[in-house]
Ligand binder design. Structure first.
Ligand code: ADP
Length: 504
């Protein structure tokens, strides 16, 4: 604790480029132009490292959302994007990726100011991943197609049957605040490659980098109306987008609670819906694992991005014989690395939480865990500061019914439990309504694969956690989502299959 007290939690000064961006007029990017919101309302932007307001963004009205959807509809219906040769779409998506790389330093700083994540992490992780998602999907522009198929009950030679893949249409894309630019690119990349047009709404807490992205979309030469970026509140702007009759598909990343609501609200016109939702991902540590190595990795799996990650390793199950040594390894890694600092501090590995609301939620869970009988093995408190810092926390002596074990906390809070054998840990790991990720730590590869087949989750990692790649499908079992993003499945979610049957 003394070490933590010695670190200054004062945010560092902003660059001239970031300050100039923060001073911009709050506007929406619709039909290739920056426009004022119809009612002039704005939302404050806060730096979570200081708790201070640093800018304002537009709060889109229903009229603004209708305007954005109309622009996307017109751009889709006149085929100004889907009608281009795929090589042109691929080139423009790659140009957008080039521009993100060219502006990486400014984007990383804005992300750190807006979200609270360390600038170094944004620069090394968020920005390169955003670029990779765009480049990977750019390549699919010219590689999706249908097939010629033989009939089954119709006479061969009397018909010609084939399928064609067509863009699904106008997409509403709603993203959360934990990886703002990366999530935006993860969403727009497959839509653009498929030939769709879109209206993207970033989270109201973190819209800055997505607004800067709009400048780059225009600079990349992507035609007006293809990408529209609207800032605003979820319950108003987001809800209007989801219900809009001219929207053909909704792609959402966020909480399971809002995902369920969106799924219900999108049924009016039977929109296509893909959902990337919450998780409570287990780390399963077998007796042969090295406790120091696993402890270090377990700390990264829960404390990276202050635990505000849908695939955070938030439940740890270590074999009884190794449990205490894993907790020691975790404590050593936490003390040496995961100490909260302001996001622009070059030494920061972990920043504050995104908002006061999130701070209250996370500290509320820690308190609820304590009251229910959990013991605090590491952390459990928050440094006093203007920003929303919470110290990395590990709770032990928990039982499976506690809210800290069952619910997604979305903060730097790990619950650690013991297990006795494979059946026991498979049952405990699956005892959740979520199914996003899980990791298994052992050198016994046979055991690794056997256990992987028993875990009900969209991704299973072996001796690593949280690894993602643009070419590998990502999504959830159970209440962690519907559909897959990234990879081939990611672009297929933006395509319709048309069957053509011609009697010869
Ligand atoms: P969190 O709980 O982590 O803030 P949410 O799931 O509430 O995450 O928010 C994720 C995204 O969903 C944000 O862009 C938010 O504005 C949006 N959103 C919230 N409520 C709704 C809603 N009722 N309809 C559409 N979008 C919403």
């Amino acid at each position: 604790m003394n070490e933590i007290a010695a670190i200054s939690l004062e945010q560092l000064p902003y660059s001239a480029a970031a300050s100039a961006f923060l001073a911009r007029k709050p506007q929406l990017f619709i039909d290739g132009a920056w426009v004022d919101s119809s009612h002039g309302k704005t939302i404050p932007v806060e730096d979570p490292s200081s708790g201070k307001e640093v800018a304002r963004i537009a709060d889109a009205s229903d009229t603004d959302i209708d305007h954005a959807v109309a622009a996307a509809r017109a751009a889709f219906d006149d085929a100004r994007w889907s009608g281009l040769p795929p090589i042109s779409r691929e080139r423009m998506i790659n140009r957008l990726a080039d521009l993100i790389e060219a502006n990486a330093a400014e984007l990383a700083e804005l992300e750190a100011i807006d979200n609270g994540k360390p600038r170094t992490m944004a620069q090394a992780g968020d920005i390169p991943m955003a670029v990779a998602h765009l480049r990977y999907m750019a390549g699919w522009s010219g590689k999706v197609g249908g097939e010629v198929m033989s009939p089954y009950a119709m006479p061969a030679g009397a018909v010609l049957n084939y399928t064609v893949k067509e863009p699904v249409g106008v997409c509403a894309q709603i993203v959360p605040w934990n990886f703002p630019l990366m999530m935006a690119c993860q969403k727009i990349a497959p839509a653009l490659a498929a030939g769709c047009t879109l209206v993207l709404k970033p989270a109201e807490q973190t819209s800055l980098t997505t607004l800067r992205l709009a400048d780059l979309v225009a600079e990349a030469g992507i035609p007006a109306g293809v990408v529209n970026i609207v800032t605003g509140l979820g319950e108003t702007a987001g809800a209007r987008l989801v219900e809009h009759p001219d929207v053909d598909k909704v792609a959402f990343t966020g909480s399971t609670e809002i995902g369920k609501l969106i799924n219900r609200n999108a049924t009016g016109t039977l929109k296509r819906v893909t959902l990337e939702l919450g998780g409570k991902s287990p780390l399963i540590i077998m007796p042969d694992a090295d406790p120091a190595v696993v402890g270090k990795n377990a700390a990264s799996a829960i404390f990276m991005n202050s635990g505000q990650v849908c695939i955070a390793g938030s439940r740890l199950y270590a074999h009884r014989s190794i449990f205490d040594r894993v907790i020691e390894g975790l404590a050593a890694a936490t003390a040496s690395t995961w100490v909260p600092r302001p996001s622009l501090d070059p030494l920061a590995r972990m920043g504050p939480l995104v908002s006061r609301e999130q701070f209250d939620r996370v500290t509320g869970y820690i308190e609820a865990g304590r009251k229910a009988g959990a013991s605090v093995a590491i952390g459990g408190d928050a440094p006093s500061a203007g920003g929303h810092y919470v110290n990395p926390t590990v709770l032990v002596d928990v039982d499976p019914e506690m809210s800290v074990v069952r619910e997604e906390i979305f903060g730097p809070v790990l619950v650690a439990q013991r297990f006795d054998d494979i059946d026991d840990v498979a049952r405990q790991a699956n005892d959740t309504c979520f199914g996003l990720g899980a990791s298994i730590w052992t050198n016994d590869l046979s055991l690794m694969h056997k256990l992987a087949s028993r875990i009900k989750s969209g991704t299973v990692w072996g001796n690593c956690h949280m690894m993602l790649d643009s070419a590998l499908p990502f999504g959830g079992f159970k209440q962690s989502g519907i559909g897959r993003e990234l990879a081939r499945e990611g672009i297929e979610a933006y395509l319709e299959t048309k069957t053509v049957i011609v009697k010869l």
